[in-house]
Write a protein that binds this ligand. Structure first.
Ligand code: HEC
Ligand code: HEC
Length: 361
């Protein structure tokens, strides 16, 4: 009996005298499930399907916002997601290649994450990540990005003055030990899903009959989508498709010449599917707010939209899987300028009016 009492005493002590364990508990912080974070999508703009297992809430968005802007996710606290994805550049960084921890450079150019919630058929230039939750786990452990380990990040988040409370508010966790990379990624994905742009562009206003195009923009629109049989086809609309001017398909748009599939410096999609035909193929990214995301292409090799048009009209290189839609592009310089005028109607910077997209720090 005495032994039993001693045991009870000892185990109580183990649980309550232990500092680590005490501070682990979060149940003293009041918790009420957070309200949904509602977005008003402009008329005729597509509405993304919500992930039923990761419903967007106000507290989830706020947690994701903190994590996105916090260098705590990197090895030496120098790099946050926002180092390479800045709001003023449509969440790219204005550089061909983006420096990660210690200034190390990868081989790919940062991508816009506006509207990334729509791209459920492959994220990254090669489409290797299936969705935002999966994607958000990758930069932390990428040696040329944040160069950290998730177990370490989890430790730092548990020790933080404010993250345990933010995780409890977002996900109702009862103890710090429930802070995981999965919940962190869910929160980042919730925040990213508020980054919507395009619906307030002149193009969408044109679709809603709220504005008219000038003659250059209108001809550019016809060239882009091949709408007038009297005009040549500028081909763009075959690959930069749909309401977001993007495609989840992968193409070779003629950036590098190659005699065989093994010659591409960056095999792109080919390294993911291992199909030789996919070598040198990349995702056709969105053209919404393209004026903010220079330099262009997967390695940032083209500095301006004029250079992009010059590429498509004069510089397309031969390769066995060169897409036929770029192989035979025949438009004049004047027509090329009109295509560009049309693309400039895809500007929509109204996303910058939502204070929740900026750093909370
Ligand atoms: C060092 C720079 C850097 C950092 C830090 C970084 N990214 Fe990126 N991001 C990139 C580059 C480069 C790509 C394209 C990489 C590729 O295709 O291989 C990219 C691609 C993406 C994409 C894919 C977009 C699309 O349309 O396919 C998303 C989403 C994204 N990043 C989110 C994040 C998040 C969230 C973080 C932080 C957890 C982060 N990034 C940290 C540089 C960075
Ligand atoms: C055969 C499909 C195809 C056609 C046709 C096409 N593109 Fe592309 N586009 C792509 C692909 C694929 C990429 C990415 C290539 C890469 O980086 O390796 C791309 C990249 C771009 C980029 C750079 C995007 C960025 O974020 O860096 C711009 C701008 C662009 N295209 C505009 C156009 C215009 C304008 C036209 C019509 C003149 C056009 N495209 C025709 C497939 C196509």
């Amino acid at each position: 009996m005495r032994n039993f009492a001693y045991c009870v005493y000892l185990s109580c002590c183990l649980f309550s005298c232990n500092d680590e364990n005490n501070s682990n508990d979060l149940t003293h912080i009041p918790y009420t499930p957070s309200e949904a974070y509602i977005i008003q999508y402009p008329d005729s703009f597509p509405i993304p399907t919500e992930n039923p297992e990761n419903k967007r809430t106000k507290a989830g968005v706020q947690l994701g916002r903190h994590l996105f802007y916090d260098p705590i996710l990197s090895l030496d606290s120098t790099i946050s997601c926002a180092s390479c994805h800045k709001p003023e550049f449509a969440f790219t960084d204005g550089k061909a290649l983006s420096p990660g921890v210690g200034g190390s450079l990868g081989t790919r150019s940062s991508m816009s994450i506006l509207n990334a919630v729509y791209f459920t058929n492959g994220l990254f230039w090669d489409g290797r990540s299936p969705d935002l939750i999966d994607q958000a786990k990758q930069p932390v452990e990428n040696p040329v990005e944040m160069h950290e380990s998730w177990p370490n990040v989890e430790k730092k988040l548990k020790r933080s003055k404010f993250y345990p409370e933010l995780f409890r508010a977002a996900f109702g966790i009862n103890s710090k030990s429930e802070i995981t990379k999965e919940l962190a990624a869910n929160a980042i994905a919730q925040w990213e899903s508020i980054l919507i742009a395009g619906g307030n562009s002149r193009y969408y206003k044109f679709l809603r009959k709220q504005t008219a195009f000038n003659s250059d923009e209108f001809e550019g629109f016809q060239l882009f989508f091949n709408l007038d049989p009297r005009l040549p086809d500028a081909q763009c609309g075959h690959c930069h498709t749909g309401r977001l001017f993007a495609s989840s398909n992968y193409f070779n748009n003629g950036l590098d010449s190659a005699n065989s599939f093994t010659e591409f410096k960056d095999p792109g999609r080919g390294a993911i599917t291992m199909a030789p035909l996919d070598s040198g193929r990349f995702k056709a990214p969105t053209l919404i707010n393209i004026h903010l995301t220079a330099p262009y292409m997967h390695d940032g090799r083209l500095g301006t939209m004029d250079e992009v048009m010059n590429h498509y009209t004069k510089q397309v290189k031969k390769a066995p899987n060169l897409d036929p839609n770029v192989a035979n592009l025949r438009i004049s310089e004047a027509q090329s300028r009109k295509v560009l005028s049309f693309i400039m109607t895809l500007i929509d910077t109204s996303y910058l009016q939502n204070p929740d997209i900026f750093s909370p720090f």
